[in-house]
Design a protein around this ligand. Sequence first.
Ligand code: ADP
Ligand code: MG
Length: 724
Amino acid sequence: MNGNASRLTAVDSITSRAPTSVDKTEALNDIWAIDVFNLAKMEKALSKGAFESIKKTIQTGDPLELETAEEIAAAMKEWALEKGVKFFSHIFFPMTNATAEKHDAFIVTDFDGDAISKFNGSLLIKGEPDGSSFPNGGIRETNAARGYTAWDPSSPAYVKHTENGATLMIPCVFASWTGEALDKKIPLLRSNHAMNNAAQKVLSLMGEKDIAPLNSSCGAEQEYFLIDEQFANARPDLLLAGRTLFGAAPAKGQQFDDHYFGAIPSRVQVYMQDAEDQLYRLGIPAKTHHNEVAPGQFEIAPYFEAANVAADHQQLLMTVLQNTAKEHGFICLMHEKPFAGINGSGKHVNWSVGNSTQGNLLDPGHTPEENLNFLLFCGAVIRGVHKYGPLLRAVIASASNDHRLGANEAPPAILSVYLGGQLEQVFEDIQAGKLAPTDNGGDMDLGLSQIMNFKRDSGDRNRTSPFAFTGNRFEFRAVGSSQSVSGPLVAMNTMLADSLEWIADKLEAELKGGADKTAAVIIVLKELMSLHGNAVFGGDGYSAEWHEMAVKERGLKNLPTTADALPYFQDKEIINLFESTGVLSPVELESRYEIYAEQYILSIEVEAKLVIDIAKTLIYPAAISYLSNLSDTATGMKDLGIKFGNATAKTVATEADAMLTAVGKLSKAMEKESFKSTEEHMQYFAKEICYLMDEVRLHADILETEVADKLWPLPKYQEMLFIK
Ligand code: ADP
Ligand code: MG
């Protein structure tokens, strides 16, 4: 089917769509985690000794004996075979934002040719995929292909069902033969270690006796768009780049604010239920879902879990959402900005740290001014955001997220912390050298006898802050919807580790000098705030005044594009941070920089090629057909002696011509191949190439509003955005 025919067929068939029927009879209790080899299953299948050791490994990171691993492998295999599994796979998290899996059958044949199923401790513990095709940022030569996957017992194995069978999936780390991290899991586990070590020091200095290992937690809110698959199939830009590179603004967008939390369309409701049932089977605690701000946009948020498990579950959740969408005739778009002029999608990463003995150290309670542990941890976060703001910006940098950051819809590209009224007061008091009672919000009394009074939160929300305190955690709001949460979690854990080390040193000196605990905390935090308090900001993060004040008066960095942010991976302070905490060696960090820079350039390159192709082969021909219709009509009219205006023809001819000229400039600009450095290469794409793509689009979008609807080849915004 040619361009406009497939668009018109899509429009036609959309009206007859009905929800895909799914089996709704299963109760949560019957399906919860049934496909997961979790502690409960292990307790049943293992000897008491083996169960106690794996439990300890999961909870504290203690090493596991080979014998125990053998017993677990045997039990895991039995459990999986009973579920009809024939294959097993180490699943790992390479430097793309996707997951990787290499499937192996359990089967081996013996001398007689009989099939036996084999899976033992060593197969569980280690795999050796040819790793040469995964991004490694120059860590290895192409001929040095060996890579290892190694079992991560702290993230449970599970069974993945597909149309034609089931596979046992074993979460793993992925490293090179030389031992360097080639994935997103190794640094996450290391960052948790570093944070735990530093936190232990601070807590023991504060006189805590029994201190269980600390872990970071993550609850990620995922935004996404759903559009009908038939529309996406008629849009090469959506299929290959994940976003529309062309498209005139629809008459109705999100200006009525009527989509947010609105009634969920029934086809979407059924889709969500189906996806959530699958998530429950996989032990992923999907908790809330709702319509988001933009038409066609939705959100799902699972309940928070240990960061490492949450990160694995996040990846799995994206896969489930995308695969299930296809079964319901949708495409699930995870891109940060699929539609220009309409809100984009983020992934708010809620993060806290705690343990079983001291609880959540970011929970202030009702009287934060009396909660010294909380104040130290909260202060550590403030210092981290201030000192390592550019790192936080760099870990969320991507070609697609650049479309959100800095625009008036998502947190700006300047990293600041929002604390809320009560905590701002506490930290102001500390700067004045004291701790005093504060207003904790009190009770809410609406003056209606039938509505019960309830406790008000101590601070309002601030949706314009990239990094906001939300009651008992921080919410990193600037993360992109398609990104892995691991990068942001690594940055947050590592900056916290560094700040807690700094605090521990200062605190120890004060305590040794004879100060009591409260006095020591005030002195340390006062110094911390004088050095780093500039990152605290409670106002409107979208405003022009803040952009100016942040940079000029506060000395914060405004890094609008990935090309501006990524080079901070090579900054001395950031190299030191990762090296001193043991999270990433300089070689590993450098390789990450190279990988992200390359991904940035490649993504824009794909878009630029698509812009050229679509403009030349779909949009220009539509404009020419229309022009030819108009000129035929004009000739006919002239023959009949009827006066016929030519304004539309003129506009179409002018815009089509201007579009081709812009395409020519873009093609020429893409020929440039030699750059002095990676930075120069990225800047060229950020400035020159992106600018020229916009220029082509400008003319194409005018053409969309001029050319006859029936000739237009690409599904339009108004058709795609409103689900029927
Ligand atoms: P909102 O949109 O109001 O911010 P949601 O309910 O959509 O809230 O998402 C909040 C997320 O924060 C959920 O994933 C929730 O489990 C998570 N969360 C709650 N408490 C913590 C915590 N202490 N640490 C980390 N995440 C948390
Ligand atoms: Mg939310």
